[in-house]
Ligand binder design. Structure first.
Ligand code: SF4
Ligand code: SF4
Length: 97
């Protein structure tokens, strides 16, 4: 299809465009990632560095005080794995579904 034949952004389906304020939780931006962080809680020192550095605010603290990524919003940038002082975050390939 030629570029000139493709739809303009105004003609895209509603789900592909943000049309109202305060809807970010409804957009599962984690669908974009190809890698995902996996936390080894046996090595985690619960310092919250991953929580602080994640640009997507994807980390959530569980009842035991461990910080785990919410894959619905994690974009797989790998910043958390680089910043973790305990080196307990591994970036692994996202499995195709
Ligand atoms: S940065 Fe690493 S050690 Fe600190 S809370 Fe996150 S996973 Fe645990
Ligand atoms: S990979 Fe990036 S977006 Fe995902 S949890 Fe880590 S810092 Fe956040």
């Amino acid at each position: 299809m030629k570029l000139s034949e493709k739809p303009k952004w105004q003609e895209l389906p509603l789900a592909a465009s943000i049309v109202e304020p305060a809807t970010s939780l409804e957009y599962k931006t984690g669908d974009w990632k190809t890698l995902k962080p996996v936390v080894d809680t046996t090595k985690c020192i619960r310092c919250a560095t991953c929580y602080i550095f994640c640009p997507e605010a994807a980390y959530e603290e569980n009842e035991e005080g461990y910080f785990l990524p919410n894959y619905d919003y994690c974009k797989g940038c790998g910043i958390c794995a680089v910043e973790c002082p305990a080196m307990c975050i591994q970036m692994v390939e996202e499995e195709a579904e």
